[in-house]
Design a protein around this ligand. Structure first.
Ligand code: GLN
Length: 549
């Protein structure tokens, strides 16, 4: 019998509602309950795959191949569990399902209307997730903020669920309390207004989490309690923290977990946040740094959007750096700069390691290839993620295997297409079937013994010796062209992992280099705080060795 907690934002977006949802999940899990989280996004896109990450943030990929909002990645990293398509709702997905049912005569001749059919569909999808995951708690984060037109159907679904089963549904309002510079005082009015808007939607919050620069003092809590109709002890502070993984600890300082359990007449079965506490306090005392460059097409995008576009890569670097007892310093380096003035490439020597992350399209590709060449020739640790593998193969083909016009079909129809699409992709592109049709989700990766990749995985999973097959997540349309594999191998490119079912190249590496490795999949999607990804871990180890700091 699942309980449902709706997490709703007030005042403004971008205050870390996803992190708070994930943290509540982590806390309840640490008390012995099975938890799952759902992100309910208001947009009409059926999934996040058709959106530009610079607009919407990173596209995360679940094991079952759904392209989701980045919050699903945050939930996975906090819960330490893999989620699936059950954990992601969008208005588009819900409407598509209702309209498909209507076409199939599943409404028995009735007039199909936004209300109640859309909220009913939302409720049925939330319940399906509860049933299939067998969770004790289903946390539902409603995207956007209260008062918007876009997320009204999700609010309506939440209200209807509460009406039917008031003892099984709880509402948490995550609000923001500004401290205007000229006033110098924390103001509660926007939170009061947000609460009133929520009341208009028929919802009374049970708990209010106040996001602010610092903790909420007693007068502030009292004011919110009085005007928003909650107990003082149910107004919880969530001040800014340096490290997002601290948030569960901060919320637990005010006993949020037990307060939630009490509202459901439940008790903690155990208490177990110790491993996180230990790691967080260790991180606070780290001094040594490892400086990693991420080379991409950032020109005119601005750093602000970047942080969101590559959130899983950043988190994967952090997990591995912390486990290696160093602090990561991540620097965004624009590939365009290298294309414009190749003499700037020497600046890459100032970094301990270089990453070329996933990417799409032709722009700034030559600059990235120059950076990869520089890393190969100057023995700088290099990790290529998806696009970063494809470009490393092109660089190797051109400059080592002497295939001068080596390229990818993504940029050109002419030249030697060392990167090409699989036959089935051709038909999809011809018919403009772009949504959800890339090679997505988990596929088998078979590792070859005695390679750098194999050793890296074995460090974490010694049992791989018997059966060196793991699962990794994908999101790409193009592959290393099998026709060129033999010649590239002859020239020294090491294929250290393949997909055993289709014989596709999954990992490439180089000998006589401290660390030069590219993956066709995205290892960053599987990295967790207490379980870093083996390839990121090995890359960071090599980077630490590269430069003494
Ligand atoms: N653009 C490349 C492809 O579609 C790489 C994709 C990626 O880096 N995720 O194959």
């Amino acid at each position: 019998m699942a309980r449902y907690i709706f997490i709703i934002g007030g005042v403004m977006s971008g205050i870390g509602k996803g992190t708070i949802t994930a943290s509540i999940g982590k806390i309840l899990k640490s008390k012995g309950y099975k938890v799952t989280c759902i992100k309910a996004d208001p947009y009409l896109n059926v999934d996040a795959g058709t959106m530009n990450p610079t607009e919407h943030g990173e596209v995360f990929v679940t094991k079952d191949g759904v392209e989701t909002d980045q919050d699903i990645g945050t939930y996975e990293r906090f819960l330490g569990e893999e989620l699936s398509s059950l954990n992601y709702l969008t208005s588009g997905k819900v409407y598509l399902s209702v309209l498909t049912k209507e076409r199939n005569l599943e409404y028995g001749g009735k007039c199909v209307e936004a209300v109640p059919h859309i909220p009913e569909e939302i409720i049925s999808q939330i319940k399906k997730c509860a049933r299939e995951t067998k969770a004790d708690f289903v946390l539902v984060e409603i995207g956007g903020t209260v008062g918007e037109y876009q997320n009204q159907m999700f609010m309506e679904a939440a209200r209807m669920m509460h009406l039917k089963e008031p003892n099984k549904v709880l509402f948490v309002l995550v609000s923001y309390l500004p401290i205007p510079q000229t006033i110098g005082e924390m103001k509660t009015k926007p939170t009061q207004t947000a609460c009133r808007l929520l009341n208009e939607a028929g919802i009374q919050p049970d708990i209010i989490i106040g996001r602010a620069e610092c903790i909420l003092d007693f007068p502030r809590k009292k004011k919110i309690a009085t005007f928003c109709n909650v107990d003082e002890e149910d107004v919880i502070s969530s001040p800014d923290v340096e490290n997002i993984y601290e948030v569960p600890l901060v919320l637990e300082k005010e006993n949020l977990g037990d307060k939630i359990l009490r509202k459901f007449n439940l008790r903690a079965k155990k208490k177990n946040l110790l491993d996180w506490e230990k790691l967080i306090s260790k991180i606070k005392n780290l001094k040594k740094k490892v400086k990693i460059a991420i080379v991409g097409k950032y020109f005119e995008i601005g750093e602000f959007t970047l942080l969101d576009s590559y959130i899983s890569v950043m988190e994967a670097i952090k997990h591995s750096a912390w486990t290696n007892n160093v602090l990561p310093e991540i620097v965004w380096v624009s590939a365009w700069e290298f294309e414009k003035s190749p003499q700037k490439l020497s600046e890459l020597s100032n970094y301990s390691g270089v990453i070329v992350p996933g990417g799409f399209g032709k722009r700034d590709v030559e600059g990235k290839i120059l950076a990869i060449k520089f890393c190969r020739e100057n023995k700088i640790p290099y990790l290529g993620l998806c696009f970063g593998l494809q470009l490393a193969v092109i660089e190797f083909a051109r400059n080592v295997a002497n295939i001068k016009d080596a390229t990818s079909r993504e940029f050109s129809e002419e030249g030697e297409l060392v990167i090409d699409f699989m036959p089935e992709q051709k038909a999809l592109i011809r018919e403009k079937k772009y949504g959800g049709t890339m090679r997505l989700g988990e596929y088998k990766l078979k590792l070859f013994p005695k390679t750098l990749a194999f050793k890296a995985y074995q460090r974490f999973y010694p049992q791989l010796k018997e059966n060196p097959v793991v699962l990794e997540r994908h999101r790409h349309r193009y592959e290393v062209n099998p026709e060129y594999v033999e010649i590239l191998k002859e020239k020294g490119l090491v294929i250290s992992g393949i997909n055993p079912e289709r014989d596709l190249v999954e990992i490439i590496e180089l000998k006589d280099h401290p660390f030069f490795l590219g993956t066709q999949f995205h290892p960053e999607f599987k990295s967790q705080l207490l379980k870093p990804h083996p390839l990121f871990f090995e890359f960071i180890r090599a980077s630490i060795k590269n430069l003494t700091f």
